[in-house]
Design a protein. Structure first.
Length: 751
């Protein structure tokens, strides 16, 4: 470790202008008073500052390729009082030809920290703004903020997020560090300062969204600037769809999308699964192999975003009495789940940009008639999009693009058109008890040992199956979505979060009573348990107390882990059996499509395989095999459905690329193709479902503020032509490949 202490200072002159309310604490360019500058595995190799290509003067800091090279700044005596400040500012530039990631840590005398990660792009210097109270785009109601850096009043600014909390009256250091750089990295720095107003933060989010719901901060080929352009795009697309649908009509398919021309299966009148020659298949009602290529959330209400309290974010919202004012509504998504934690602007008035854009594209023009001496005024009716036209047009699109399945959360009317097979979700809501695993993103885990859970399941399944019991177009039902079977992380408390969470509860929770009964049946008394777990349990009743902390699994006491596994196994079996039994009664003709796992445990997956017809996973990975060990899945001998996957970029409006980011829009098609080909190579996979049909609003969807570029179409209902063309090609190739393999198999078996 190398340590170096150098003079640095409060500057009197600056090479770049400051915002009002901004004060420089110390400068690396014009030292005037002394602060402590300590480097650890980093250095300031040159005594003098350097002039950049843009004519700006900065000082070079080199971070060495070690675990955590660090540059720390601190007052020579005492602490800084930043209590009047709202943000820290740093004038920085990457000293490399590539972007740098720099971690900033502010430390107060009580040991508390505030941290921020700076994704510093290559190029000219910019002023980085770090809020001094925990702040992120969620405080503005959205998952990801607008692109940075942002040119404001002629200067490049980069507003970051921050987390943690410090005593701003007693700030003792500011550290800049890098995490394991592969090679020595140079950072150019001019000054570090503070500012006492939040004008910049407000400016970043002002006028951010235009009248069509698009970002004002970017340009891209599909961006709409007028109603005429919107209508012209719709007209052009109709001609393209006409040709693609004509080609589709020539493909060897049965009416459900099953692949004809190869070996057939027994036709049972409904979708089912069958394994043949080592490969699993979905089988169409007419007895043909069906590879499910689906799209999630094909619905006309995905353009809703909260506007209440943040009207300044939008450049133009309809006024009362205007036709498009019909697309306002009221909501409340402040539900207390992890998905709403830290988010502001999550309730109140919303506006539906997608519905408004549909009306702009397809609505009938209307001219108000003024009142005369003999007639009353005639106003235009409230704008209501032509949903019947939307439904037909959307089904045309999906089929033309090579899809054959309506995925989860899609508009029910689409499934009733008898044009495309569909799936349905089971959302089991009731007053049963629940258990926290520490994740709780969509809520706590339902307690399947609670009789009220069985009652709620019966009610949910009966309602879901009521109008679909004899519908051959329905493939099946998903058992809820992304339940918190475990907590994030690899430590034992995360792996066994369900067991830990249960033992911390009171004995009026049925799951805890079931767990304690399991332990009593095995160990008989507290002495047996104490010996097996390596603890001193003086009375069994101590385990009944709320907040009881069990020991961590360890090699010395293997029974701890065995007991946790057994409880989680019985828990999952009880959960899935309850749903399966109810579905067999109310919907015996349709499949139970699994739990749409985002996080899981081996016990939960095995129980799903035992009681469900299909295992379903939401894989946000380059290919399915990166999401789970298929050796383990194949041992369960069940078909697998990828119920969600996605690839997004940052260059089409929405600010978040989603969990799977590609560098630019042109990379989405190849990523889709690679994922689909990897899925086809896995004999257990019977389909993949893309998430989702429509881009999320750039200002954040109602549910949780997500604002991702997921869509096949944008918020304006204009398709991303390059992407959908690539997707169509991949989908048709996939089905042709399956058809060719089946035809070959049929030929080989012919006498």
């Amino acid at each position: 470790m190398i340590r170096r202490t150098l003079p640095a200072v409060v500057a009197l002159l600056f090479s770049t202008p400051l915002l009002a309310g901004q004060q420089t604490l110390f400068s690396f360019v014009r030292p005037a008073s002394v602060v402590n500058v300590v480097t650890e595995d980093a250095s300031l190799p040159q005594y003098n500052a350097e002039q950049t290509a843009e004519g700006e003067v900065l000082r070079r800091v080199v971070f060495n390729p070690v675990q955590r090279p660090n540059l720390r700044l601190s007052p020579q005596n005492g602490a800084w009082d930043w209590s009047a400040a709202t943000a820290m500012t740093l004038r920085l530039q990457s000293g490399m030809d590539w972007p740098l990631t720099v971690d900033v840590t502010v430390l107060s005398s009580d040991g508390k920290t505030l941290t921020s990660r700076i994704d510093l792009p290559a190029g000219p210097a910019q002023t980085v703004v770090v809020p001094l109270t925990a702040s992120s785009p969620l405080s503005q109601g959205m998952r990801a903020g607008p692109p940075m850096p942002w040119v404001h009043e002629g200067q490049r600014w980069l507003l970051t997020s921050s987390s943690g909390a410090v005593d701003l009256k007693q700030v003792v250091s500011v550290s800049l560090s890098m995490n394991k750089p592969n090679v020595a990295q140079s950072l150019m720095i001019e000054r570090v300062g503070i500012q006492d107003d939040d004008q910049l933060q407000k400016a970043v989010y002002t006028g951010l969204i235009d009248t069509y719901g698009q970002s004002t901060r970017g340009r891209w080929p599909e961006k709409i600037v007028s109603d005429d352009q919107l209508k012209a795009a719709a007209t052009r697309e109709q001609q393209q769809l006409k040709g693609w649908l004509a080609e589709r009509s020539q493909l060897p398919r049965d009416k459900f999308g099953g692949i004809t021309g190869g070996p057939s299966f027994d036709a049972k009148g409904f979708f089912r699964t069958e394994k043949r020659e080592g490969r699993w298949y979905l089988v169409s009602p007419e007895g043909h192999p069906f590879y499910s290529l689906g799209v999630n959330t094909v619905a006309p209400d995905g353009g809703r975003t909260y506007v209440a309290g943040r009207e300044s974010m939008f450049t133009a919202l309809p006024q009362a009495g205007e036709p498009l004012a019909q697309f306002y509504g009221e909501g409340n998504n402040n539900d207390g789940n992890g998905s709403s934690s830290g988010r502001s602007f999550n309730q109140g008035r919303w506006f539906d940009f997608y519905a408004a854009n549909l009306e702009r594209s397809y609505g009938k023009p209307c001219t108000p008639v003024a009142a005369t001496s003999t007639t009353a005024a005639v106003e235009c009716p409230a704008a209501v999009p032509d949903l019947q036209r939307w439904q037909g047009h959307t089904l045309d699109r999906l089929q033309a693009w090579g899809f054959n399945t309506l995925g989860n959360w899609s508009e029910p009317a689409l499934g009733q058109a008898d044009r495309m097979p569909y799936t349905l979700p089971l959302s089991i809501v009731g007053d049963y008890t629940s258990i926290s695993t520490g994740m709780d993103w969509w809520g706590r885990m339902p307690d399947p040992f609670d009789p009220r859970f069985a009652m709620a399941t019966e009610r949910a399944v009966a309602i879901a199956a009521r109008d679909h019991r004899d519908d051959p177009w329905l493939i099946g039902y998903f058992a809820d979505n992304e339940l918190a079977w475990a907590a994030p992380g690899d430590d034992p408390k995360a792996r066994y979060a369900l067991a830990y969470g249960t033992l911390r509860l009171t004995t009026d929770v049925p799951a805890k009573r079931a767990f304690l009964k399991q332990l009593r049946d095995k160990y008989r008394n507290q002495a047996g348990l104490s010996k097996a777990w390596g603890i001193e349990l003086t009375a069994w009743e101590l385990m009944e107390d709320p907040g009881f902390e069990p020991p961590l699994p360890s090699p010395e006491y293997p029974e701890i882990e065995a007991d946790f596994k057994h409880f989680q196994k019985v828990f999952a079996e009880t959960y899935f059996k309850t749903i399966a039994d109810s579905l067999k009664w109310h919907a015996p003709n349709h499949l139970l499509l699994g739990g749409r796992y985002a996080v899981s445990t081996p016990e939960a997956v095995a129980a799903c395989a035992e009681f469900c017809d299909v295992l379903s996973f939401n894989f946000y990975t380059p290919k399915p095999q990166d999401g789970y060990d298929f050796t383990q899945l194949n041992a369960l001998d069940k078909p697998v459905l990828v119920s969600e996957f996605q690839f997004g970029s940052r260059d089409r409006g929405p600010f978040w690329p989603g969990p799977m980011e590609v560098a630019k829009e042109e990379g989405r098609g190849p990523a889709y193709d690679a994922f689909l080909k990897a899925a086809l190579a896995e004999p257990s996979i019977v389909g993949v479902h893309w998430f989702q049909y429509l881009d999320q609003p750039a200002s954040g969807r109602l549910l949780d503020g997500e604002n991702g570029h997921f869509g096949l179409v944008g918020i304006t209902d204009v398709p991303f032509q390059g992407f959908v063309g690539s997707v169509r090609k991949s989908n048709l190739q996939a089905q042709a490949l399956i058809g060719k393999a089946l035809a070959s198999e049929k030929a080989e078996k012919a006498p």
